[in-house]
Design a protein around this ligand. Sequence first.
Ligand code: C5J
Length: 225
Amino acid sequence: MQVEADPYPFELDLATTALVIIDMQRDFVEPGGFGETLGNDVSLLQSVVPPLRKVLAACRTAGMTVIHTREGHVPDLSDCPPAKLHRGAPSLRIGDPGPKGRILVRGEYGHDIIDDLAPLPDELVIDKPGKGSFHGTSFGAELEARGITRLVVTGVTTEVCVHTTVREANDRGYECLVLSDCTGSYFPAFHEAGLAMIAAQGGIFGWVAPSGAFLSALALQEVAS
Ligand code: C5J
């Protein structure tokens, strides 16, 4: 089965494909977290939630591997490079107490995934200290152990953690399909440009499709099997 995608159809093989949901954490999506401390309007990310809920439900029904990621740091911040900690002039820094707990710190309420997309107990959650999902994590080893070679990538933000993960994955030989309406940015122009960069030059980093195209292919796959 194929997903109609840019720049050409993406082969969908459920056994070797994982849905990856990047950083749908309160710290990025809700007020009072890391995203807002950087001066962003976090309401811009809300449109990602309804289509992503549908995709998550469909992937669970189809029995696909589902992997969630969270960006954040251990409580003593020993995994947070000083360059990241001291960058810019945020209203609160990583580790400072905020309305949803310490900013971007593992175990805090704000660090966790939003209720609408909460992982099931058997779904893998990768905690990552950086923007990419491979750097400093077991993500690559977990994919390899499951025989996963293709990633359907969703989450936030398009040009930061989604892009970094897709670039890391592409360099490691993974085929990545990014779902356009299931990714989002605080900067609409960066979202559009980020998606265009993935599919440009014959799919230099991978493929892009709306979630409707992915869901249609998934439904056809289930009828065929
Ligand atoms: C950011 C992310 N934007 N999850 N992180 O700092 O994209």
